[in-house]
Design a protein around this ligand. Structure first.
Ligand SMILES: CC(C)(COP(=O)(O)OP(=O)(O)OC[C@H]1O[C@@H](n2cnc3c(N)ncnc32)[C@H](O)[C@@H]1OP(=O)(O)O)[C@@H](O)C(=O)NCCC(=O)NCCS
Length: 166
């Protein structure tokens, strides 16, 4: 059973830090991610909307996702996603990303994109499994010698036939 609840820095910051550390993230990336969650779960800038959620599995924090939606191009950007290594391959990240996608759809969005290191093979397989396609590689995005890859998912367009016309 996976419960998805809004991120509350007081309750969840320590648990998110632990999940990132267990995933082997270096301190600079953990600090950047936690600062990002504070921004995204706080007051929104004009023209943007954001959502940060955590998942709870058997009453303990099992993962989190954050997404920022920008009105100017109607795209959401997944800013953070991670799951407790002990609880992987149970559909937790899929549930979190679907929740982020629902949020973007609800805001009138066209789709989402996400950046990840080119070396993150599990993350890349995950996004591909959820229908995200590789859009481009950005050299040295994460650090010297560490390129980033951006994945994009545009929601399927639904065309309705007008009676008697195109
Ligand atoms: C990537 C990550 C979020 C996936 O979380 P998860 O809860 O295990 O993912 P799910 O169980 O929802 O997986 C859904 C599908 O994605 C694919 N997938 C997930 N992990 C995979 C892996 N390690 N190798 C290959 N495919 C994988 C599979 O197709 C999987 O379906 P299946 O289990 O039925 O085969 C998790 O491994 C993680 O936290 N990694 C560290 C942080 C990270 O890389 N974040 C994302 C990029 S910044």
């Amino acid at each position: 059973m996976i419960d998805i609840v809004p991120y509350d820095a007081v309750r969840h910051r320590g648990g998110v830090r632990e999940i990132l550390a267990k995933n082997g993230w270096e301190e600079q990336y953990i600090a950047g991610q936690l600062a990002g969650l504070d921004v995204l779960s706080g007051d929104q800038l004009p023209g943007t909307r954001a959502k940060v959620c955590v998942s709870e599995t058997e009453d303990s924090l099992s993962g989190f996702v954050s997404v920022e939606y920008r009105e100017w191009n109607r795209l959401g950007q997944l800013q953070g996603l991670a799951v407790d290594p002990a609880l992987k391959r149970r559909g937790i990240a899929s549930t979190l990303v679907h929740r982020a996608e629902q949020f973007v759809r609800g805001a009138g969005g066209r789709g989402l994109y996400v950046d990840t290191p080119v070396t993150n093979a599990p993350g890349r397989s995950f996004y591909e499994a959820l229908g995200y396609g590789q859009a481009y590689v950005m050299p040295e995005y994460y650090d010297e010698g560490l390129d980033g890859v951006t994945y994009l998912k545009l929601f399927a367009k639904v065309y309705t036939l007008r009676a008697g016309g195109v």
